[in-house]
Design a protein around this ligand. Structure first.
Ligand SMILES: [Cu+2]
Length: 126
């Protein structure tokens, strides 16, 4: 019993309990889970991604990049921000800057030796 609890704690250790699941997307046999470490704010934010093949964590075998963008609006031009994902502490982290409130779209491009580039889409509300 205690052993089981310890193992569960070890498995959870790469996540902080504050992480918020934003999106979970399946492509072929892979599942991409995208988290934020806090409620999104205007300014700098960090998104985190974990990738599983069936139940196996394969995050480290992927390269990735992100683009966040907001369409042109009556009073302002199209906006976008791009960055590369960095593998650290068992997760891919994306530092992004969201320069205004509202709804942003994102595209995360992922690829590995076994997978050609795939696009994961989603939106962020703040
Ligand atoms: Cu805008």
């Amino acid at each position: 019993m205690i052993k089981k609890i310890l193992i569960s704690l070890l498995c959870l250790s790469s996540f902080s309990f504050a992480d918020i699941l934003l999106n979970s997307v399946s492509k072929k046999n892979y599942n991409f889970e995208i988290y934020s470490d806090k409620n999104l704010v205007v300014g700098n934010n960090t998104l985190k991604m974990k990738i599983f093949n069936k139940d196996k964590d394969v995050t480290s075998s992927f390269k990735s990049k992100i683009k966040v963008f907001m369409p042109e609006m009556p009073s302002m031009p199209y906006m976008e921000y791009k960055n590369k994902g960095v593998f650290v502490d068992g997760l891919i982290k994306f530092n992004i800057n969201l320069s205004m409130g509202g709804t942003w779209q994102y595209h995360i491009f992922v690829k590995s030796k076994n997978m050609k580039t795939k696009k994961i889409r989603g939106s962020l509300n703040l």
